[in-house]
Design a protein around this ligand. Structure first.
Ligand SMILES: NC(=O)c1ccc[n+]([C@@H]2O[C@H](COP(=O)([O-])OP(=O)(O)OC[C@H]3O[C@@H](n4cnc5c(N)ncnc54)[C@H](OP(=O)(O)O)[C@@H]3O)[C@@H](O)[C@H]2O)c1
Length: 420
């Protein structure tokens, strides 16, 4: 079905194929720019946000580059006004949102999309928020057919789709999935935006107020279906380690706390295609050199220091002054100079018992959290809007909802997804 076909999705005629909510924010503007450059001309899309004035400014800047976008429809809605969100959800086949922190501003939009049977994608990395959405909406989304896709950015697409690609390859080449997959961030240059800082600080505040949030976030199977929250994995790596196979120093990877939970949920929703005993972990990989050791120590202590500072009021105030505010983020030059590369190494055994090893690389050529994230979220939204997907409704993961179809899109868009 083409994007301009008025009878799409659940067979209901709706005015828009895709609505981008939060187009006035730092990341939202990057996603708007990505869609302006990559959406097929037939796609009926619109920008949404809480301020018409700000939306008009975003549209003006898109229209300067492409005059046909000067007439892009604008929808005004507020995250805390359910009626306005219902109108957006009912008028669209897909809603893509960059309005965060999601734990503060995201719940009502998910509810509106589930009720309207509207597909949805976002950039949350907030485990506690996703758990709430699963508990509140997974069953109903299965009924309405809405595909709710959280974590469609740097967290957790390289992890979730990298692991899916590796497992698909292992099953085809060796007749069995990898029982162990280890993810290493091998190259990375990127910055943070105000919305990401606000989301992390809000998570720490929630955890301080409510111990159950801390338990959820610390649970290795936090996002698995009820009754299926067990498996071989324990806590994420917290200190400095040594990877004997690769000959590298390892340090904690800050996104492991979300990515590992997403990959484990994918395995569960796939009916344990990766195996019941599947083990998955993530680290930052550093060269075995004095510089690598110093960086590993810096990453480990820096993470601990950040957690401490966020919880001590005078340090917290000093931290907030230095970090980017909502609407701020890395400059265009910094985004273009950014990059990332991750390696996934899997081991398993063929049905004959003979062991095998397999390796995959996922990489991007811009700042992972912004340039590449705008691409990953934009392509996820286009995939939901335009591609013939086989997944059912539910609160899903990128691998379960979009799978290898999205891998194909991201390759075409310039990202590396390779088996090596
Ligand atoms: N997973 C990843 O890889 C990744 C990467 C980048 C960002 N993110 C996440 O994306 C989110 C956005 O980050 P950002 O830096 O772009 O934030 P930002 O610049 O502060 O933008 C936030 C957006 O939310 C809108 N908003 C706030 N309250 C609203 C409300 N009540 N109703 C409607 N809209 C509202 C803002 O509208 P106004 O312009 O009117 O204020 C703005 O458009 C954060 O949660 C961040 O963690 C994730």
């Amino acid at each position: 079905m083409s994007p301009s076909d008025p009878k799409r999705g659940n067979g209901v005629t709706r005015p828009y194929d895709l609505v981008l909510f939060g187009a006035t924010g730092f990341t939202g503007a990057l996603v708007a720019e990505y869609l302006a450059g990559h959406a097929p001309p037939s796609l009926r899309w619109a920008l949404a946000g809480r301020s018409r004035e700000k939306l008009e400014a975003v549209r003006r800047s898109l229209g300067m580059a492409q005059p046909r976008l000067a007439e892009l429809p604008l929808l005004v809605a507020d995250s805390h006004d359910r009626a306005s969100l219902d109108r957006v959800a009912q008028d669209a086949h897909v809603v893509c949102t960059t309005v965060g922190p999601y734990a503060l501003h995201g719940a009502e939009l998910v509810a509106a999309c589930v009720d309207a049977g509207t597909h949805y994608c976002d950039l949350t990395g907030e485990v506690q928020f996703i758990r709430r959405m699963i508990d509140a909406h997974h069953e109903r989304a299965q009924q309405t057919g809405a595909r709710i896709v959280h974590c469609a950015g740097f967290d957790s697409i390289p992890s979730d789709l990298g692991c899916l690609m590796l497992q698909e390859h292992a099953i085809e080449a060796f007749g069995a999935p990898c029982s162990v997959v280890r993810f290493s961030l091998t190259k990375n240059r990127g910055g943070v935006s105000g919305g990401t800082v606000a989301s992390m600080l809000n998570l720490l505040d929630e955890a301080r107020r409510d111990r159950s949030v801390l338990r959820t976030v610390g649970h290795p199977y936090a996002l698995n279906p009820p009754g299926e929250q067990t498996g071989p994995d324990g806590s994420d790596q917290r200190g400095i380690g040594w990877d004997a196979d690769a000959g590298t120093i390892t340090a904690p990877f800050v996104m492991a706390a979300i990515n590992t939970r997403v990959v484990r949920r994918s395995n569960a929703l796939f009916g344990y295609r990766y195996g019941r005993d599947f083990s998955y972990s993530e680290v930052t990989s550093l060269p075995a050199s004095p510089k690598g050791a110093l960086t590993a120590a810096g990453l480990t202590l820096g993470l601990g220091g950040l957690l401490l500072a966020a919880n001590v009021p005078p340090l917290r105030r000093a931290l907030e002054k230095r970090l980017p505010k909502p609407g701020e983020g890395p400059s265009r030059r910094a985004r273009e100079r950014g990059f990332f590369e991750v390696e996934l190494r899997g081991t398993g055994a063929r049905p004959s018992g003979e062991p095998f090893e397999v390796r995959a690389v996922v990489a991007g050529t811009q700042d992972p959290g912004y340039g590449e994230t705008a691409k990953m979220l934009g392509e996820s939204a286009l995939c939901l809007a335009s591609d013939a997907l086989t997944s059912a409704g539910g609160v899903l993961t990128p691998a379960v909802a979009l799978g290898m179809t999205l891998v194909g899109r991201l390759r075409t868009a310039g990202m590396t997804f390779d088996i090596r």
